[in-house]
Design a protein around this ligand. Structure first.
Ligand code: CP
Ligand code: NVA
Length: 310
């Protein structure tokens, strides 16, 4: 049977995604009720997650490591430069070898195509821990956070402000699969791929690309932004200039819907994409969002490892 890869939200059917989110909510409740000494399950006993990072990470590496341990398994965290991959061993051979050792592999890659190639040759599940094109695990945690704060997803209007980057792409995938309205305000030079927008709109997704942040946040239940310079971007100065009108500040939040929340995947750069007043203010849920990486990833791991009844 083919392994259950978690490469992109758009690749997975809506029922499975809903089940993963429900499981994440349930496991969060269970962990809270159990307290620190009751967190460890036995569902993944004897199983190992191998993680390979081509770029830095705080949240993803630590939350996946702890998630795997809380499921009863364990994790190995490696930098790609420590592997023979860094000296030219092929992705195909690496995927075949790691499939003989681990029960799942999580990759953070510079180039999305490497992830797809790895998954094509792996006989165990492969998880996208961020690529240049998408960041699906982040958005599962974000959706969980949005539901906790505001209720069922279908009723929520989300506004993405700023760079049409990897995180924005996973929001677009999620809007289609979970059926909520998404408005994006991006400078035309930094817009998400028009072919993706066309595909999602063609499949019935309520996703609209705008350029005006005020128009995008009108009636929004959730306002989201991200860094203006992602890992691997080499045109920082150009980006700062293009994105200057897209800062999420108090005035923009005041134009969003009543009781709107603010989200950011972190790391954040106060005074650039968001003011300190917003990210450290009452509407911000960024630390709940960061915590939910742990719970959402436990549910993603459980689904990939086919132990989702735990
Ligand atoms: N949000 C996120 O993925 O953070 P890290 O880069 O620290 O993993
Ligand atoms: N868009 C950012 C997200 C970091 C978690 C990046 O790719 O660097």
């Amino acid at each position: 049977m083919a392994p259950r890869h978690f490469l992109d939200i758009i690749d997975i059917d809506a029922a499975s995604l809903r089940a993963i989110l429900d499981h994440a909510h349930a496991m969060k409740r269970d962990v809270r009720a159990a307290g620190p000494r009751g967190r460890i399950m036995s569902a993944a006993e004897g199983m190992a997650l191998v993680m390979i990072f081509e770029k830095p990470s705080t949240r993803t590496r630590i939350s996946f490591d702890i998630a795997m341990r809380q499921l009863g398994g364990w994790a190995l965290v490696l930098n790609s430069s420590e592997l023979q991959l860094g000296r030219g061993e092929s992705i195909e051979d690496t995927a075949r070898v790691l499939s003989r050792y681990g029960d799942a592999v999580m990759l953070r890659v510079d180039t999305h195509a490497s992830l797809v190639e790895f998954a094509a040759h792996a006989s165990v599940p492969v998880i996208n821990g961020l690529s240049n094109l998408s960041h699906p695990c982040q958005i599962m945690a974000d959706l969980m956070t949005l539901e906790e704060a505001k209720g069922p997803l279908g009723d929520q209007r989300v506004a993405w402000i700023g760079d049409g980057n990897n995180v924005a792409v996973s929001w677009i995938h999620a809007a289609l699969r979970f059926g909520f309205p998404l408005r994006l305000a991006c400078p035309p030079e930094l817009s998400p791929d028009p072919a993706l927008l066309e595909q999602v709109q063609g499949e019935g997704g309520d996703v609209i690309l705008l350029t005006d942040p005020v128009e995008a946040v009108a009636g929004a239940d959730c306002v989201v932004t991200d860094t203006w310079v992602s890992m691997g971007d080499e045109d920082a100065e150009r980006r700062m200039t293009l994105l200057a009108p897209y800062q999420v500040d108090e005035a923009l939040m005041a134009r969003a819907g009543e009781g709107a929340i603010f989200m950011h995947c972190l790391p954040a750069y106060r005074g650039r994409e968001v003011t300190a007043g917003v990210i450290d203010g009452k509407q911000s849920v960024v630390f709940e969002e960061a915590e939910n990486r742990l719970h959402a990833q436990k549910a993603i791991l459980a689904w990939c490892l086919e132990i989702e009844d735990c």
